[in-house]
Design a protein around this ligand. Structure first.
Ligand code: GZL
Length: 348
């Protein structure tokens, strides 16, 4: 593929500003095209003409999982590995992601990597990327678009399976506790609504829930994958419901918030507590929380997607076909396991 010409547009933009200001005293934004403005803000100087220029549009920095996912991409898409990475953190706003993609298009990157905050609302901007001839690789969360040719492929977790796995774990755990026939009251802290992780985990756990007539889902509410919001919603649940046996937290950080709320309310949770805490992600912090007896089980969601996406790009560069959907391997962990030993080997 023709490599990017060495482009240093920042200097050009400054010269344009200086010339314009000489003539009118002040540059009116209207005098510069959107492209000139954008380029001026994002001077792109690709030192190595052979570098593969990649624009990565990240969700935000809302959780431990997200930080590990960002680190995986930053550690993979390096100059040493033959890349020039343009990283955009969308601060959990879809409109910022759409702006970032348009910016990548203007900068004529070689590939766009998108981790979409939510599944819908992507058809227009992905059409623009397709018209610009820039392949889009979707990572982690998924997009729902009418024309799936708008993206090259997706790589990430089977969120539905994660949810089912958690439900099946709970059924086994209750059986071991001799509580199979008991009325079980459950609340759920959901992730960001319409995100693939929320949709899949809610649906997957819901399928197992429907197989147990004695399980009662009192309420589901989003904690937006953050610890603060997770704590706030759990406080509300504890105020509303006298009897809660299980809280399903659709990520670790909401689980940590739920534990804070439970303990502040004078209740107990985890290994020997009266509220079972189920979490998703299984970051190192979740292992520590299980070792501290605060949560019962963590369902793994692998954030280390950088190398997988790089492999896809290398195969595309060689003109190879890539599978449209690529799942990562995942498992779960609970307090019956040698978590101390496992924690030593965790890299996130
Ligand atoms: C899951 C990922 C989710 C994590 C959260 O693949 O999209 O977003 O479960 C993160 O921790 O915020």
């Amino acid at each position: 593929m023709m490599r990017k010409l060495i482009v240093v547009v920042g200097l050009l933009f400054c010269v344009m500003l200086w010339v314009s200001s000489c003539s009118t005293g002040r540059v009116e934004v209207g005098e510069l095209s959107g492209e000139e403005l954008l380029r001026g803000q994002d001077a792109l100087a690709v030192e190595d003409e052979e570098a593969i220029v990649v624009g990565f549009c990240q969700v935000g920095s809302e959780s431990d999982w997200r930080l590990a996912n960002t680190a995986s991409f930053r550690n993979t898409f390096t100059e040493e590995n033959g890349y020039y990475l343009i990283f955009e953190d969308a601060q959990n706003k879809q409109e910022n992601q759409i702006k970032a993609i348009r910016n990548f298009i203007l900068q004529e990157v070689d590939y766009i990597i998108l981790d979409p905050i939510v599944e819908t609302g992507w058809d227009g901007v992905l059409e623009e990327a397709k018209e610009a001839g820039i392949p889009v690789i979707v990572s982690d969360r998924q997009v729902q678009v009418a024309d799936t040719s708008l993206y090259t492929c997706w790589v990430g977790s089977d969120f539905l399976e994660e949810g089912r796995r958690a439900g099946e774990w709970l059924a086994n755990y209750l059986e071991e506790q001799g509580r199979s026939g008991e009325e079980i009251q459950i609340v759920t802290l959901q992730g960001t609504l319409d995100s693939s992780a929320q949709l899949g985990r809610t649906e997957g756990f819901g399928q197992v829930l429907s197989e147990h007539d004695n399980w009662n889902m009192l309420e589901r509410q989003t904690g937006d994958f953050t610890q603060a919001k997770g704590q706030e919603v759990m406080e509300e649940f504890l105020g509303k419901y006298e009897d809660i046996d299980v809280v399903v937290c659709e990520n670790d950080n909401m689980a940590f918030g739920a534990v804070e709320a439970i303990q502040a309310a004078g209740r107990t949770c985890g290994q020997d507590g009266d509220i079972i805490v189920i979490s998703f992600d299984a970051t190192s912090a979740a292992f520590q929380a299980m070792l501290d007896g605060e949560i019962n089980a963590a369902f793994e969601c692998n954030p280390l997607l950088g190398p997988l996406v790089s492999d896809i790009i290398q195969r595309l560069e060689r003109g190879e076909e890539v599978e449209k959907v690529q799942y990562v391997e995942e498992t779960y962990f609970d307090t019956t396991m040698d978590l101390e030993e496992m924690l030593k080997n965790r890299t996130y």
